[in-house]
Design a binder for this molecule. Sequence first.
Ligand SMILES: NC(=O)c1ccc[n+]([C@@H]2O[C@H](COP(=O)([O-])OP(=O)(O)OC[C@H]3O[C@@H](n4cnc5c(N)ncnc54)[C@H](O)[C@@H]3O)[C@@H](O)[C@H]2O)c1
Length: 317
Amino acid sequence: MKILITGAAGFIGFNLAKYLLKKNYDVYGIDNFDDYYSIPLKKKRLSILKKDKKFIFKDLDIVNKKKLELYFDSINIDVIVNLAAQAGVRYSLENPTKYIDVNVLGFINLLKVAKKNKIKKFLYASSSSVYGESTNFPLKEKEKLNPKNIYAISKKLNEELAEMHQQICNIKFIGLRFFTIFGEWGRPDMFMLKLFKAHLTKDVFYLNNYGNHLRDFTYVGDAVESVEKLIKKKFNKHEVFNICSNNPINIYDVVKNFKKKFNLKIKLVEMHKADILKTHGCNKKLKKCIKKLNYSDFYKKLYQTFDWYKKNKIHKL
Ligand SMILES: NC(=O)c1ccc[n+]([C@@H]2O[C@H](COP(=O)([O-])OP(=O)(O)OC[C@H]3O[C@@H](n4cnc5c(N)ncnc54)[C@H](O)[C@@H]3O)[C@@H](O)[C@H]2O)c1
């Protein structure tokens, strides 16, 4: 099976590509090396993927409709996994238009080429942030959506566009509501890598909302395993899945656990306007569909990720 991953030099894209290559899929990757965070980190991820002959990469921007069409004329793929996006809720207050350009217009470009090229299946990244500030935990997929920032709105719109398109073409769409994914080759703008960096560089670690957030941390290995199973599974209609471990963890506890072992200068700060207090997804629908029963132990994977971070000197990239 030939699979195209957009955002292949990104955190989840890289991990998914690596996992699929190991399982002998032909993997096509595109990415535009957006400068939202370290380009050397993205290049490093890509250099690992390029060691495998079954990985074919193209530097391409999904917003560039003409080039995207030409690219699709040159390949013949079965499945698209769209992970290219402007990620991050906090940055959405600084640069809102970028979320419309990449996450909405780029997404529409992909829908058009997918339809024209008769792609069979189209999986796309949504986000836990579509739920907004909810209280009905654990959040089920059918819960009312209440996006709180333009990032979350762009993801909700992706789900609505997919729903609309399934009625006018034969593509099977699958929405992936990722919940705080963490692990090796992670994102430097996210909590865990910021924590590791602050320790290694002896900088201050800013603990938002005094650590009173809860996040349903989900190990990237579990996430990509789930995505691969969803790629293989047959669907009759557009489906959306929470990709989560159903295990909310208090950020303050994580920091406390880390600080017991390693030096850390902490500054407590108030809640960021774009943040939500708690994420906790129900993963029953996913578990039932793909028969995945076990999820990784959070603290084991946290320290495994820290070992990877130190070994690869990620704070210097
Ligand atoms: N990591 C998480 O916890 C999480 C949670 C919820 C949703 N998501 C979503 O999952 C997807 C992947 O997230 P990630 O954490 O790997 O983010 P990431 O930023 O590491 O990966 C996204 C990749 O897309 C690329 N990209 C950006 N704009 C592009 C464009 N116009 N054309 C081509 N490539 C472009 C970037 O260069 C980057 O490599 C995103 O859609 C994100 O919104 C992630």
